[in-house]
Design a binder for this molecule. Structure first.
Ligand SMILES: Nc1ncnc2c1ncn2[C@@H]1O[C@H](COP(=O)(O)OP(=O)(O)OP(=O)(O)O)[C@@H](O)[C@H]1O
Ligand SMILES: [Mg+2]
Length: 593
């Protein structure tokens, strides 16, 4: 019972979102209504053409007709109307394409704009493949509706209506027999269609899941190899495919049943009418040409009904896509959420007061439990602590990737919630733990820090970060492609690129999440020098795993279990009896000495 209710509701929501999607067509309504007009005229012309064979038979048999034309005149008239109809169809196709292509491009643009401006916790709730298919598969479905299906739907409805009017006028007695059949077919089509929509959605969802496996494993190809998990992935994929085949076959069965029913009713009724009509011709109650016309129109009406069922399912399927697309379009953007205070360059002091936090995806696991950190402008502090203790989380919160549960973070004198999000993030430079470069040239990757940087600026930043040495050694220099189809950079090289990018951004607050992967002594020295260069004159927070890199910072915070367990300078902390830092330092420096 409750299931029935939700099903109804989905249909209603689908129609509601369809209305909103139609607002994307509005700017192109000139094309749209132009195309519709041509569609109507074209359909009328087609109905006229289909009446001509019957009239020709009547003219040939010398029967009495309403139109006193001879066979030649009928032939010429038919060809003329046909040519006009062909021309209209050409223009109409182009007009509809204009609406669908431009309207869907607008939807895609908005959709992407919404996706990319969502908050982290929204993003983390999905697999990337799922979000991708909203913008590819779902919009594609809408596109085909607006370019083909909708026009075809309207055309068939017109044929149905005109056909019925003509038949009712031409042969009311036979028409009454038809009238008994049509409503049955329509009702059946509607019920079936609803069920088919559900199956189509199920199939679409399963397809998306299946594609996610392909996407993720191809993206992480080397990891699959490293774990020798090819057989595992193949199994996972074939299971998913098998499920999809199951759903698809079920879908096909229902669709097949649908067509079988329609075909039986359709041809059954046509043959029945022919049979009755033959009697009428025999009795002299009807001309042979009129019976031919009747049959032609009946076939057209039957065809219209059959294809309407099919088109209905396509449109119903597209409604599902519309709903999913609309859900994303409706979501508020992260930037518009709150905070309006715009600052050109925020003063770089940072204060965490009693910050409590758990990730939205795991609200019951507290990650930070009352963190207090106080960093003066230009200070350098380090965060150390075990893996998973919450160091990267502290950095993410400062960038306002997530909302706090309790407490406050201030930069300068302003709570970060009050700041315009763009101002805040523009003032913070993050060199993440894992550097991922975009596919493209090295120059493009560097420009990500400052899109309007000149080549001189780029080179200066590359020199400061010790990137220039290796960039210059590539034959194509800054235009060397990196990423999927380019060359592979080493971990240390990528880090230095990330540092150069951040130098170009010129933030007042710097967040360095040190990579756990250890570099060789030479690269480490280069990266360290690059970092020192970057930190000059900026408030810096360094997350360090190798204590050797942070001996000179102003203050060290030891994070344990989501709390600040110890704080002080390297000297102070190493003096602390049985301190966490002291033990850590003993371990690391003994090992390295
Ligand atoms: N996006 C996320 N969603 C849910 N939980 C997360 C998320 N990111 C991290 N966590 C959890 O929060 C805790 C702290 O993670 P965090 O990344 O801050 O650790 P870390 O101190 O930086 O560790 P490491 O030294 O290994 O980088 C961990 O228990 C982790 O499982
Ligand atoms: Mg981390």
């Amino acid at each position: 019972m409750s299931k029935e209710e939700t099903k109804k509701k989905i249909t209603k929501d689908g129609l509601k979102s369809a209305r909103q999607i139609f607002s994307y067509i509005k700017p192109y309504s000139g094309y749209f209504f132009g195309a519709l007009t041509l569609l109507v005229i074209g359909s009328v012309l087609m109905m006229m053409i289909m009446g001509i064979p019957g009239e020709m038979v009547n003219a040939a048999t010398g029967a009495e007709t309403r139109f006193p034309l001879n066979l030649n005149q009928w032939g010429v008239l038919m060809m003329l109307i046909l040519a006009l109809r062909a021309l209209l169809s050409f223009v109409q196709t182009i007009l509809f394409a204009n609406v669908s292509e431009k309207g869907m491009a607008d939807i895609r643009r908005d959709l992407y704009g919404r996706l990319i401006t969502q908050s982290m916790d929204y993003f983390e709730g999905f697999r990337v493949g799922e979000l991708t298919s909203r913008i590819t598969a779902d919009v594609e479905q809408l596109q085909s509706v607006f370019s083909i299906t909708l026009a075809e739907f309207i055309r068939q409805v017109l044929i149905l209506l005109f056909g019925i009017v003509i038949l009712a006028f031409l042969m009311p007695k036979l028409f009454l027999i038809m009238l008994l059949v049509i409503p049955v077919v329509v009702v059946l089509a509607m019920t079936f269609g609803r069920y088919i929509k559900k199956l189509s959605k199920e199939r679409q969802d399963q397809l998306a899941k299946t594609n996610v496996i392909v996407e993720e494993t191809l993206q992480n190809f080397s990891i699959v190899k490293a774990f020798s998990n090819e057989p595992f992935e193949v199994n996972r994929y074939s299971d998913s495919i098998a499920k999809m085949v199951g759903i698809s076959l079920n879908f096909a069965k229902v669709r097949g049943l649908f067509f079988a029913f329609i075909i039986f009713l359709l041809f059954g009724s046509i043959l029945f009418i022919l049979w009755r009509g033959a009697f009428m011709v025999q009795n002299g109650n009807m001309e042979a040409g009129s019976l031919l016309s009747f049959v032609i129109y009946t076939v057209m009406i039957g065809g219209a009904i059959a294809s309407l069922g099919n088109l209905y399912t396509t449109i119903a399927g597209a409604l599902g896509a519309t709903e999913r697309v609309q859900k994303i379009l409706e979501r508020p953007q992260e930037l518009s959420s709150e905070g309006t205070e715009e600052v050109e360059r925020i003063a770089g002091s940072v204060r965490f007061s009693d910050v409590h936090f758990s990730y939205p995806s795991r609200v019951d696991v507290p990650v930070l439990k009352g963190v207090n950190i106080d960093i003066g402008f230009g200070d350098k502090v380090a965060l150390v602590g075990q893996s998973g203790s919450g160091k990267s989380t502290i950095v993410r919160l400062l960038m306002r990737f997530y909302k706090l549960n309790k407490g406050e973070i201030k930069v300068g004198d302003t709570p970060i919630e009050a700041l315009d999000l763009r101002s805040l993030r523009r003032s913070i430079g993050l060199v993440p733990q894992e550097v991922i470069l975009f596919g493209g040239s090295i120059r493009e990757n560097l420009l990500y820090g400052k899109p309007d940087a000149s080549d001189d600026e780029i080179i200066a930043a590359a020199e400061k970060s010790h990137c220039w040495e290796f960039i210059n050694s590539f034959p194509e220099g800054l235009d060397t492609l990196v990423g999927e189809r380019g060359i592979k950079l080493s971990g240390g090289q990528k880090q230095r690129i990330a540092i150069a990018r951040t130098i170009l951004k010129d933030p007042s607050i710097l967040l360095l999440d040190e990579a756990t992967s250890s570099l060789d002594a030479e690269s480490e020295k280069l990266v360290q020098e690059a970092m020192d260069e970057l930190m000059k004159g900026r408030t810096s927070i360094i997350i360090a795993h190798r204590l050797a890199t942070i001996r000179n910072v102003d203050r060290i915070y030891v994070i344990e279990n989501g709390e600040i367990a110890e704080e002080g300078s390297h000297m102070e902390l190493t003096k602390k009896e049985d301190g966490i830092y002291k033990n850590l330092a003993k371990l690391q420096f003994n090992l390295s000495e």
